[in-house]
Design a binder for this molecule. Structure first.
Ligand code: BTN
Length: 257
């Protein structure tokens, strides 16, 4: 059971997580916060669920998470034009916050994988799904959905990238309240940085990405492209060096080799 009081003591933010919704079971925390009708309309609201019956990942995948063991939560951001023009940077800010929190609390080296996974020992421990809803052509709300494998013991099934949890990597259970507070504390600072110092976010993200310079393959729609991961451009897109040119990749699944 998640101890809200214990979490609250460790939360050191101005607005992220100050409105906190804790649920035993929801379809998806992203669906909950992305729906204006659900009544959650405060900037920075965080919804955490012990179980999602329809947890979703990128590309319409299912996000499986053992109930009561992990962190499955979403952060709601409202009407912030500058931030909403920088969704790629919200991805980077979120993955950096998760990676640095894991590293600070558990002394585990955490890497990032484009566009927004967090890896420990080359296995995926966290994924992010950003969704938005608009009125007319204006984005009204953005929901950053985060799944972190924290205390899950084992993983069954097939995954597009090998999964792990913090527990598996350090050999003991960790306190979810402390980890969530640390992630949100860091995330608020990173969000601010999107407005003041995007370059620093990009540099920090690149320094945590050990695939840059390596041979990679990218699955984009139904095709696979091979090349060298040359760089991330100033807008957050991946630059792939193929035989005769440098291609800008907007989305896709990256693997080594
Ligand atoms: C991915 O790696 O494909 C993204 C996974 C995102 C999972 C989180 S869990 C909380 C939030 N609610 C969802 O339904 N999905 C995100």
């Amino acid at each position: 059971m998640f101890n809200i009081e214990n979490f609250d003591i460790k939360l050191d933010t101005d607005y992220i997580g100050r409105n906190f919704i804790y649920a035993d079971e929801v379809t998806s925390t992203n669906t909950l916060l992305n729906d204006r009708q659900s009544g959650y309309n405060k900037n920075g609201t965080v919804a955490l669920a012990e179980k999602q019956t329809n947890g979703r990942g990128r590309k319409d995948r299912v996000w499986y998470s053992a109930p009561d063991s992990n962190l499955t939560f979403s952060v709601l951001l409202l009407k912030d034009k500058l931030l909403f023009e920088n969704i790629n940077f919200l991805n980077f800010a979120a993955s950096l916050s998760i990676a640095s929190s894991i590293e600070n609390l558990y002394q585990l080296k955490a890497h990032v994988k484009w566009p927004n996974d967090v890896l420990i020992n080359s296995k995926k421990t966290s994924g992010i799904l950003i969704e938005s809803s608009s009125q007319g052509s204006k984005i009204e709300r953005v929901v950053i959905g985060i799944g972190v494998n924290v205390n899950q013991n084992s993983f069954q099934g097939t995954f597009n990238y090998p999964p792990t949890s913090i527990r598996i990597e350090i050999g003991r259970n960790v306190e979810r309240e402390r980890l969530l507070a640390e992630i949100l504390n860091t995330f608020e600072i990173q969000i601010d940085k999107i407005k003041t110092n995007k370059k620093e976010i990009l540099d920090d993200w690149k320094s945590r990405c050990d695939m840059i310079g390596e041979k990679i393959s990218i699955f984009e729609d139904d095709k696979e492209i091979f090349g060298i991961f040359e760089d991330i451009d100033e807008n957050g897109f991946l630059l792939l060096k193929t035989k005769d040119k440098v291609e800008k990749i907007h989305y896709g699944d990256v693997s080594l080799g």
